[in-house]
Design a protein around this ligand. Structure first.
Ligand SMILES: [Ca+2]
Ligand SMILES: [Ca+2]
Ligand SMILES: [Ca+2]
Length: 494
């Protein structure tokens, strides 16, 4: 099947158009947030430095060991598997952090920090692998990275993992005949109940980026294809006992934690500066307007109160209504405040006083669901997003449905036609799919969009195909959602 991805030019036009429309609708009063970083409306700053760009953060109760919680995050999107001779590494001048706030004051109580070093067996070759690599310590693996993982608590840093190997980029079958073995070797146990993995993985995010084409009269029958299929990311995954992250070490009494990741890059003055931040996958992309996205990346959660008005009066549904006629839910959107900033009462809202801030909030006491529903809580599955986030949670569909009022009486079935990842996730730690291989001639196969369309009555998203206004609205929604990703895609394909 021939794939027709958006061309570089179409992508650029689409993004410019989305930015223009959002600006035209008017995001005045950016004061408090825009003061903290530059606020231009081109592609987000971070898109220019993919090594530092967090793409997704996950936090969930570990299904095979429920006394533990798994935290994971991805960086460096759109890795073409065969993209050598220099493949994909973590930056060596950065701190890759996952923070946990367990007393709801928007300040981290526990921080896990990964830092990296480069190693070469020989610099007299351009090859990353000089022969078949059959183990992580194989001398044929000419270039590799090691990492250090520290746990920071009350200003004190304790090394949990030191000088261990990062699973390398999956160069191809000749260089790495048994990649699964390398993954296994990179999945390590630390003490009795901690597990750590760092390395390349297939991008766990799934969505159809080609929905861009809707605004340009693209062929709707082609929607539902997972654009990210077969692109890799660099991942960290960590499984720790719940008591490590719970307030006072008591997960029974204090089961709710807030999680977010940051990337900090060393400046010329030697200090580390936060350049990327991501917790909940909705806020930064859907609620915070494009123009604020860069500012948000540099912001600490304690400053999030400034974002409150964007949450209670989000622009996206109004924009969709203004341009395409789908009625926006009534404001103020207190449903969004609880989803994005405080946690939902009875589900994942912390006890006591809460400083509103954007965190992925997880109730570690929610029992693990045997058969997870991809729509998480709105699909009746309380262990899923926005109660933490599992790899298989379909956050694009959930985002669209919630922003368009699913929780306030506007039930809808919006979505992008991609319901699951292109590759199955594992049942046990680190769960992430193995990275796509550089020797695969077609690492980005069509996921059968056309077939999906014909079997899915009502076409894209369960909406009548004749209702072109609805279709277009979904396009706009995804513009806002995907601006960052689109920017990265654009550069990567340039
Ligand atoms: Ca705290
Ligand atoms: Ca994928
Ligand atoms: Ca979806």
């Amino acid at each position: 099947m021939t794939r027709s991805r958006p061309t570089k030019r179409q992508g650029a036009v689409a993004l410019a158009c989305a930015g223009g429309m959002l600006t035209a609708v008017g995001f005045a009063g950016l004061g408090p947030l825009s003061a903290t970083a530059s606020s231009h409306r081109e592609a987000p700053l971070i898109a220019g430095t993919p090594q530092y760009d967090t793409t997704d953060v996950y936090a969930f109760r570990s299904p095979e060991k429920q006394s533990t919680v798994t935290l994971a995050a991805n960086w460096l999107p759109f890795q073409e598997p065969a993209g050598g001779p220099n493949f994909y590494s973590f930056a060596t001048d950065a701190q890759y952090d996952i923070h946990v706030d367990n007393n709801a004051d928007a300040k981290p109580d526990v921080t896990f920090r990964w830092t990296f070093k480069d190693h070469y067996v020989s610099k007299d070759t351009f090859l990353a692998a000089t022969g078949p690599v059959t183990s992580l310590k194989d001398k044929n693996l000419n270039y590799y990275q090691t990492y250090k993982l520290a746990r920071i608590k009350k200003g004190k840093s304790k090394t949990i993992v030191n000088n261990r190997r990062v699973a390398p980029s999956n160069i191809g079958a000749a260089s790495m005949p048994d990649y699964a073995k390398l993954r296994n070797e990179a999945t390590i146990k630390v003490g009795k109940s901690v597990k750590s993995f760092v390395g390349q993985a297939e991008d766990s995010f799934f969505l159809d980026l080609r929905v861009f084409d809707l605004l340009y009269g693209g062929d709707l029958s082609e929607a539902g294809d997972d654009t990210l299929a077969g692109f890799n990311v660099n991942s960290v995954a960590l499984q720790v006992p719940q008591r490590w992250v719970a307030k006072k070490g008591n997960a029974k009494k204090n089961p709710v934690i807030g999680v977010w990741s940051t990337t900090s890059k060393k400046s010329t003055n030697g200090k580390f500066q936060q350049v990327s931040r991501l917790g909940n996958p909705l806020v930064n992309e859907v609620v915070i307007p494009l123009k604020l996205k860069d500012a948000f990346n540099g912001l600490k959660p304690t400053g999030d109160a400034a974002a409150l008005k964007y949450v209670t009066h989000p622009e996206l549904p109004k924009l969709i209504e203004a341009v395409y006629g789908i009625k926006a839910p009534k404001t103020p959107r207190n449903d969004l405040v609880s989803v994005f900033l405080t946690g939902v009462k009875g589900l994942n809202m912390p006890k006591g006083k809460i400083t509103p801030s954007e965190q992925l909030r997880l109730n570690m006491s929610t029992p693990v669901t045997e058969e997870p529903n991809r729509l998480g809580v709105i699909g009746g599955d309380n262990q899923g997003f926005p109660n933490g986030r599992r790899l298989g949670d379909d956050v694009i569909d959930i985002a669209l449905q919630v922003v368009e009022g699913e929780l306030v009486g506007s039930a809808n079935d919006l979505g992008d036609g991609v319901d699951s990842n292109d590759v199955a996730f594992g049942d046990t730690f680190p769960y992430l799919a193995l990275p796509a291989s550089g020797s695969n001639a077609d690492p980005h196969p069509s996921t059968g969009a056309a077939a999906k369309q014909s079997s899915d009555k009502g076409g894209l998203l369960g909406i009548e195909p004749s209702r072109s206004s609805s279709m277009a609205a979904i396009g706009v929604g995804l513009f806002a959602l995907l601006a960052g990703i689109g920017g990265a895609a654009r550069r990567r394909k340039a």
